[in-house]
Design a protein around this ligand. Structure first.
Ligand code: HEM
Ligand code: NAG
Ligand code: NAG
Length: 511
């Protein structure tokens, strides 16, 4: 993300004027915290990157130990001096739960810029009653049937991957940038299981000058944040990278319209022609909502908004955590052997795992959760307060703190999950810390009424893929554990998800 400096400077002047005004409306100064020049989510803040004088987009990761005064403060403020709005951040589970308990009562709001980037109103961006309507339609679209389909398709995609990557005969393989594989798998799975899009492993366009749906979606996902920060006209400049990005955004939009029209025709027509798989998938629910009156209606733009949102929310997140899990298991061989033993008892008999078999993989699930704690893919839970609320904080001293109406609150999922007051020795990969915990304790999917609707979807997908993969391959680090840990640590926002850095892994066929 490094557009020409000249343009940045010009745009800065405008940004400064607008943001000074926004700044003035905020009153979070009394809370100690950071006073950088630029807000992280501003053109300059993002462009300069994370360095000692500029938090940038990646400060929550790079400053995870020190950002909250070494976790001695539950709440801090960030007030930029030149551009961008102020915000309040918390690293405390307890505070997060208190704030989000207000959801539904005082109606916390999602900032509008979230919707602006996501093609129309949708479940992630909407607030208040609008959100309630979207949630009521979208959440029930994920059914046991969907999860059954996820298992079947995961088994299929795993095979396609082995063939597509030419691994069928290999005994030992070195895979650089392993991350691209889970990313591809997760995209294929949400496309097939959610929306009935075929999406083959080898995704080459019929017409070489055009991007495929998969490629467009990947580019769009990768550029959501820049799209928010960089003004649209910049993309019209004759820069190849910008041209491709623009092509991807407009291309994806027409793909979505086309395939929505196709599905509408199918659903309108005689149901016998409908692929059995598609009946009852997420898309069919959304399309059905278009012809429903009243409270459970969605218009076409909202359906597209939700398709896009689900695709984006579903694939980068799950993929990032799958990669992190394999990275940690390669580093921690003893944990991998424990998992391997569990997998062989749970699924070897049936060869292909079933939805029920996945229930018998608690330790693998704990590994997935632990990887997700260290690299929480849902990196920030952001809300605007529509009322003043009081919260009880514990640190630095126990007291009641009032957060004012209009404040932008960020629940910093990285600092929260690296908080030694909640997770002792936060840097150490210790799956056993999740043993015997309840669903309520798994905070990486968010909190309360707006917690993730895809938790089960990602559990099924991840457990099934990891079980198949770890059953067939022993994975090790190519150079050293330290090196792999360092590679993982080059983490950052990828699309809308926080992901581990690109890692290389060595695979050795079992038996
Ligand atoms: C490891 C994987 C995942 C992680 C870490 C994750 C994390 C999260 C988090 C933290 C939230 C709360 C955001 C907020 O309150 O502002 C959330 C919401 C959401 N997630 Fe996920 N997610 C994952 C997978 C998925 C999948 C697979 C889907 C779809 C199939 C999905 C769909 C959604 C949706 C639609 C919401 C918005 C819910 C609402 O606002 O009512 N997520 N996710
Ligand atoms: C946080 O810890 C680091 C090193 O452990 C130390 O140098 C720094 O002064 C501490 N900061 C605060 C605000 O306590
Ligand atoms: C697999 O092998 C085929 C034929 O030899 C080749 O065309 C293809 O590019 C290979 N795929 C990968 C991912 O290496």
């Amino acid at each position: 993300m490094s557009p020409p400096t000249v343009t940045i400077v010009a745009f800065a002047l405008l940004t400064v004027a607008v943001s000074r005004f926004l700044n003035a409306r905020n009153s979070v100064n009394c809370i100690p915290g950071m006073r950088p020049l630029f807000a992280p989510m501003s053109l300059f803040g993002a462009a300069f990157g994370t360095r000692w004088w500029n938090p940038g987009l990646n400060w929550p990761w790079e400053w995870r130990k020190t950002g909250f005064f070494n976790h001695t403060h539950d709440v801090i403020s960030l007030v930029p001096l030149i551009s961008g709005g102020s915000s309040v951040y918390t690293c405390s589970v307890d505070v997060a739960r208190q704030i989000l308990a207000a959801e539904g009562k005082t109606q916390l709001f999602k900032p509008r810029w979230i919707a602006a980037s996501l093609w129309g109103e949708n479940i992630v961006a909407a607030s208040g009653d609008q959100w309630r309507r979207h949630r009521r339609i979208v959440a029930p679209a994920l059914t046991p049937k969907t999860y059954g389909l996820v298992v079947a398709e995961t088994i299929a995609v795993y095979k396609e991957m082995i063939e597509g990557e030419n691994w069928s005969e290999d005994k030992e393989i070195l895979v650089p940038d392993f991350n691209r594989l889970p990313r591809k798998i997760a995209l294929i799975l949400i496309s097939r299981c959610g929306f009935g899009l075929p999406m083959p492993w080898a995704d080459t366009p019929a017409d070489q000058s055009r991007l495929t749906f998969g490629k467009s979606l990947t580019i769009v996902t990768e550029t959501v944040i820049s799209r928010l920060i960089i003004p649209t006209w910049l993309y019209k400049l004759p820069i190849e990278r910008f041209r491709i990005i623009d092509q991807a955004w407009s291309g994806l939009s027409s793909f979505m319209h086309t395939f929505l029209e196709t599905r509408k025709d199918v659903q309108r027509g005689d149901t016998d022609s409908t692929d059995e798989k598609q009946r009852g998938d997420i898309l069919s629910r959304l399309v059905a909502a278009m012809s429903t009156d009243g409270k459970l209606n969605l218009d076409e733009q909202e359906v597209i908004g939700n398709i896009f949102t689900l695709m984006v929310a579903a694939h980068e997140t799950t993929a990032a955590v799958i990669t992190a899990t394999l990275g940690f298991l390669a580093i921690h061989e003893e944990e991998q052997e424990k998992v391997y033993a569990e997998i062989t008892t749970a699924i070897l008999a049936s060869n292909a795992p079933t939805l029920d078999d996945l229930q018998n993989l608690p330790y693998l699930l704990a590994c997935f959760h632990e990887a997700m704690r260290i690299y929480p893919a849902g990196v920030a839970v952001v809300r605007e307060l529509t009322d003043d609320i009081s919260i009880r904080i514990k640190r630095p001293i126990e007291e009641t703190m009032v957060l004012r109406q209009g404040t932008l609150v960020v629940i910093d999922m990285i600092a929260l999950h690296h908080n030694p007051n909640t997770f002792p020795e936060p840097d150490i990969f210790k799956p056993s810390r999740w043993a015997g915990t309840s669903e309520h304790d798994v905070s990486m999917f968010g909190f309360g009424a707006r917690a993730c609707i895809g938790r089960k979807f990602s559990h099924v997908e991840a457990l099934c893929f990891l079980a198949l993969f770890l059953r067939d391959w022993k994975i090790t680090v190519p150079v050293s554990a330290t090196e792999t840990e360092r590679e993982m640590g080059k983490a950052g926002i990828n699309g809308l998800a926080f992901s581990v850095g690109p890692i290389s892994l060595r695979l050795r066929r079992r038996k």
